[in-house]
Design a protein around this ligand. Structure first.
Ligand SMILES: Nc1nc2c(ncn2[C@@H]2O[C@H](COP(=O)(O)OP(=O)(O)OP(=O)(O)O)[C@@H](O)[C@H]2O)c(=O)[nH]1
Length: 393
């Protein structure tokens, strides 16, 4: 084996290692199946790449179809991985047609008439077509993409552009004169080097995207209640103060507690209790604006921060929630579900704890007054100065 062939083997070995790195990423980010496809895109072409390095042109002719199949499936895995990442699929039927046609031509130009140049061109053109299927799927998606995702998409485009250039380079440099042993020709080595560089760049961006996604998932799990997917108490104390500091914006703080929830658990089972909590969450979310906060504070208690102009407006929204809850609950329960609410306007001078305590006092009043009602009051800075409460059933 020549020294240049040892060098050539570095590229497929790197391909396999990078593919395995993606498999490891996938074990952490299980729901991101696109990582497995991209791992396949690194590992599958590494097989023919390594084999080619060790083969003469004559051996290449004998194995052309098999090696071609590895290349084509690897390239389609890349297109499919990218398509999945952006929420699409890379047209599997079209890909199958391209694959079968290309393999048929490879068979003809290796077994019937041995034409290495045409085989290289056919293979490269088929690979470009497969990659373009991925481009179509990636750009059809309209969902917003963040900076790193845009960079990943652009890197994929660069890879596709290089794949388009490759057949042109082959045609230019390999068309004239006697054909050298492909695996030791300078052109082959140059292509391998460019491949390696692009692969390393692509994987660096991909790993950055994966790490970012991992942080997003971790933050989501840290901030959300796993049953209702609402924000949790921790996230509330992190996000509420910033809202209260917004100049010229008024907020109402609402504490909501489901009535006789223990009875639902005891009579219909804990599973039904959970379903009811999910329904409450849904109804609350349906009535709020995008920057309002809806929080599961614990058990069957919820806290909301609603942007509003005055207390009456906030109470009107909460009343609608209460009525909707009773209606919607009949899908699950024999009797309408009721809840009690305490509503208070936020005062920038008052601490969050004081406001919560005040809203809790109002909620307690609602419970004492017979439940299934909204009790509201303008802000009071301490329980001693609580303004008169308004009770509305
Ligand atoms: N199914 C289910 N039950 C929960 C969950 N968290 C808390 N609970 C139950 O919620 C019930 C709350 O009961 P209580 O605090 O007595 O309140 P209540 O029965 O609604 O009575 P009032 O609030 O006075 O109307 C308890 O039985 C808890 O076990 C949960 O995540 N799922």
């Amino acid at each position: 084996m020549q020294a240049s062939q040892y060098f050539s083997l570095i590229v497929p070995v790197c391909g396999v290692l990078l593919g395995l790195a993606l498999v490891v990423c996938w074990t952490v980010l299980r729901q991101h199946r696109y990582l497995l496809w991209l791992a396949a895109a690194y590992i599958l072409p590494a097989v023919p790449l390594a084999a080619q390095t060790l083969m003469s042109n004559e051996q290449l002719a004998r194995t052309a179809v098999l090696l071609g199949a590895f290349y084509l499936s690897g390239l389609w895995a890349m297109a499919q991985g990218m398509a999945l990442k952006y929420g699409g699929v890379a047209h599997p039927r079209l890909a199958a047609v391209v694959g079968v046609l290309a393999l048929g031509l490879l068979y003809y130009f290796s077994q019937v008439t041995d034409q290495l140049r045409i085989r290289i061109l056919v293979l490269n053109l088929a690979m470009v077509l497969l990659l373009l299927l991925g481009v179509m799927a990636v750009y059809r998606q309209r969902r917003p993409v963040h900076g790193l995702e845009r960079l990943l998409r652009a890197s994929y485009l660069v890879f596709v552009a290089y794949s388009v250039l490759r057949p042109a380079i082959v045609a230019l440099f390999l068309w004239e004169g006697t054909l050298p042993e492909l695996s030791s020709s300078p052109l082959w080595l140059l292509m391998l080097a460019v491949n390696l560089l692009l692969s390393l760049w692509f994987i660096a961006v991909l790993l950055a995207v994966s790490v970012r996604e991992m942080f997003v998932i971790l933050k989501h799990e840290r901030d959300r209640d796993s049953l209702t997917q609402l924000l949790n108490r921790r996230a509330f104390f992190e996000q509420a103060p910033a809202r209260m500091r917004q100049p010229g914006v008024q907020w109402a703080l609402v504490v909501c507690d489901v009535d006789h929830f223990k009875h639902i658990n005891d009579s219909l089972g804990h599973g039904m209790g959970d379903e009811v909590l999910k329904l409450v969450a849904q109804v609350l979310v349906q009535h709020v604006r995008q920057d309002d906060l809806v929080v599961r504070f614990g058990g069957e208690e919820f806290v909301l921060m609603l942007r509003c102009t005055d207390l009456e407006g906030a109470v009107a929204v909460v009343q609608r929630m209460r009525e909707q809850l009773a209606l919607e609950s009949l899908r699950l329960l024999p009797q309408p579900l009721t809840a009690s609410f305490g509503v208070v306007m936020c005062d920038a001078m008052a601490s969050l704890q004081t406001l919560l305590r005040h809203a809790d006092t109002l909620l307690y009043e609602a419970k004492r007054a017979g439940r299934n009602r909204v009790v509201s009051s303008l802000v009071a800075l301490s329980p001693a100065t609580v303004a008169p409460a308004v009770v509305q059933g």
